[in-house]
Design a protein around this ligand. Structure first.
Ligand SMILES: Nc1ncnc2c1ncn2[C@@H]1O[C@H](COP(=O)(O)OP(=O)(O)OP(=O)(O)O)[C@@H](O)[C@H]1O
Length: 328
């Protein structure tokens, strides 16, 4: 099973530029979480801080008792082996075949024999649906295939925590739908803790167990998906509706005068109609039962009393087959 990631009071700045402050959240073991946020709010910086590549000046990131911010570098390096990373562009080596790209972490970080490496690589290539393409160079395949190759590479070291940075960037809506299903199937198969950074509202609405949003140097919210999906906070409603009206501007924050004008004009933020929470994706037929969904159900039901009413209703509907169509 994946490992819980506990983030406590994390603050990161570059020089005088504060990126975010006092971010606290827990990624529940084995569950899928999504972090949303307008461009430039520091989502990638957050991923890099979790894995210890960037050093926040305050706070802790606890994984199996190791603090990825303050522990000795040797412990951080060791804990990093638990991670699988999928970067925005697939980050593949252009001169290597897909097979060699995917085999790279095994050749670099293990002493496995070539026959064992071949077995693992071909297994992962099969999981992401790339059988037959293993001999191709990254330049000879589509962007969607490159993403899947990046995901296969993230999986070869049997990660217990997977971080995906905008896995959908550059994909068409159909490929994005396939990718969403792949992420859920993968979670059912390997039960790893997953954190996905994305702007894609379809992925956000259908894939995660939990969702959060960064805006204006703060974590606006983090919790069960239904909390964000039913939230009436202006910044959340605006982001989910993809509207211009609201606190998010072209350069992230609007100036006070524009905000005030919007709120008093006919273009005011108003109250959006209550959103319908679409059911979360289920694993494809033939996949194992997603253990994280079972654990998550117990966890969320135990915290119902602390959740807003709209989120409670959405959760109850999703767990009542006749009402919400949920099957778990
Ligand atoms: N190594 C660095 N040194 C200085 N500033 C940095 C560094 N890395 C990121 N930043 C700054 O941190 C801010 C947040 O960047 P980040 O890439 O995390 O945003 P993001 O939310 O992932 O954006 P997008 O959705 O557009 O990918 C940006 O202003 C960026 O310029």
């Amino acid at each position: 099973m994946g490992i819980e990631v506990v983030v406590e009071g994390l603050t990161k700045s570059f020089g005088k530029q504060n990126i975010w402050q006092d971010v606290s959240l827990t990624l529940p073991a084995g569950e899928v979480s999504v972090m949303l946020g307008p461009s430039g709010t520091g989502k990638t910086v957050f991923l890099k801080s979790i894995i210890g590549l960037l050093k926040p000046e305050k706070g802790r990131v606890l994984i199996n008792g190791v603090d990825m911010v303050n522990s000795p570098e040797r412990d951080i390096m060791e804990t990093r082996k638990l991670f699988g990373l999928m970067f925005q562009d697939g980050a593949l080596f252009g001169s290597m075949s897909l097979f060699d790209n995917i085999a790279f972490p095994l050749r670099e970080h293990t002493r496995k024999k070539e026959s064992e490496i071949r077995r693992i690589v071909m297994e992962r290539i099969d999981v992401v649906g790339l059988l037959g393409a293993e001999g191709k160079l990254p330049g000879e395949i589509s962007g969607g295939m490159r993403k899947r190759a990046g995901l296969a590479r993230a999986l070869v070291l049997d990660p217990q925590i997977i971080l995906c940075d905008e896995p959908d960037s550059g994909l068409d809506p159909v490929r994005t739908a396939y990718l969403s299903q792949l992420l859920i199937d993968l979670n059912a198969q390997i039960d790893a803790t997953m954190l996905i950074v994305t702007h894609n509202l379809d992925i956000a609405a259908t894939v995660p167990d939990n969702m959060g949003m960064l805006f204006c140097r703060n974590l606006v919210t983090f919790g069960p998906r239904e909390v964000l999906l039913t939230s009436d906070m202006p910044v959340v409603s605006q982001f989910l509706a993809g509207r211009r009206e609201g606190p998010i501007g072209m350069s992230e924050e609007k100036d006070a005068a524009t905000l005030a004008a919007e709120q008093t004009s006919g273009n005011g933020w108003g109250h959006a109609a209550p959103r319908t929470v679409v059911p979360q994706l289920e694993p494809s037929p033939g996949m194992p039962v997603r253990q994280a969904a079972l654990r998550r159900r117990e966890r969320v039901v135990s915290m119902m009393g602390q959740l807003p009413e709209a989120a409670r209703t959405a959760i109850m509907n999703s767990y009542t087959p006749t009402l919400g169509g949920g099957r778990r």
